[in-house]
Design a protein around this ligand. Sequence first.
Ligand SMILES: Cc1ncc(COP(=O)(O)OP(=O)(O)O)c(N)n1
Ligand SMILES: Cc1nc(C(=O)O)sc1CCOP(=O)(O)O
Ligand SMILES: [Mg+2]
Length: 213
Amino acid sequence: MNTNPDFPYRLYLVTDEKACLGRDFFQVVEAAVKGGVDLVQIREKELSEAAFLEKTLRLRELLDQYEVPLVVNDNLGVAQQSSAAGIHVGNNDTSPQQIRNAWAGCGILGYSLEDETQLQLPHAQLADYIALSPVFATPTKTNTIIEWGLEGVSRIRSLIAKPLVAIGRVNADNAAGLVQAGADCLAVVSAILSAPDPAKAAEDIRNQIEKAL
Ligand SMILES: Cc1ncc(COP(=O)(O)OP(=O)(O)O)c(N)n1
Ligand SMILES: Cc1nc(C(=O)O)sc1CCOP(=O)(O)O
Ligand SMILES: [Mg+2]
């Protein structure tokens, strides 16, 4: 288990307005934070650049009240203009090298690992955390390549000391196993945003994480 003081986060909410099932986006995210989410990524793939920036600024204002950092998915311009805490990128996005060169204020740089050989890339070496993409296949994001599974989490844990984030069909039933396998932080979309009670769903996952630490 990683105790990196620069990445103390355990429960990472990744947004998707569709997953809120028609409920108010900001109220659902706020409930999740009250339930134990300690890091949020805004990931809204269907918005225009202007709408994404506006939503990011509004979400930042909300999260600032709880001292919960906001990470922006993919979009370096929006991340910089909103003074977000950081950015998450995958293998088809702006590279971590470009981000480090262009944005001195980037506090949290996340990178999606889809293949063990990518650990050797500068992408992985420049990242503040590595996301295992995905630990379990999920209908929320289908353009993925592999499934790491618990065995993949353990293998990557044995190879690197960097914080490891598990994403993909994470829920209260598999949370403890993922932490025991070596994940430092669990990233969740639907098990929280689509839950009847998002605060309780976050609290249940958080409790499983804390028990397994
Ligand atoms: C925490 C976290 N992990 C993985 C991803 C996926 O990023 P990426 O591979 O760039 O895919 P998109 O999210 O851009 O569709 C993520 N966003 N967050
Ligand atoms: C945003 C994202 N990235 C993934 C990856 O594998 O890189 S899986 C994913 C969505 C995770 O949604 P849910 O918690 O509903 O399964
Ligand atoms: Mg991306």
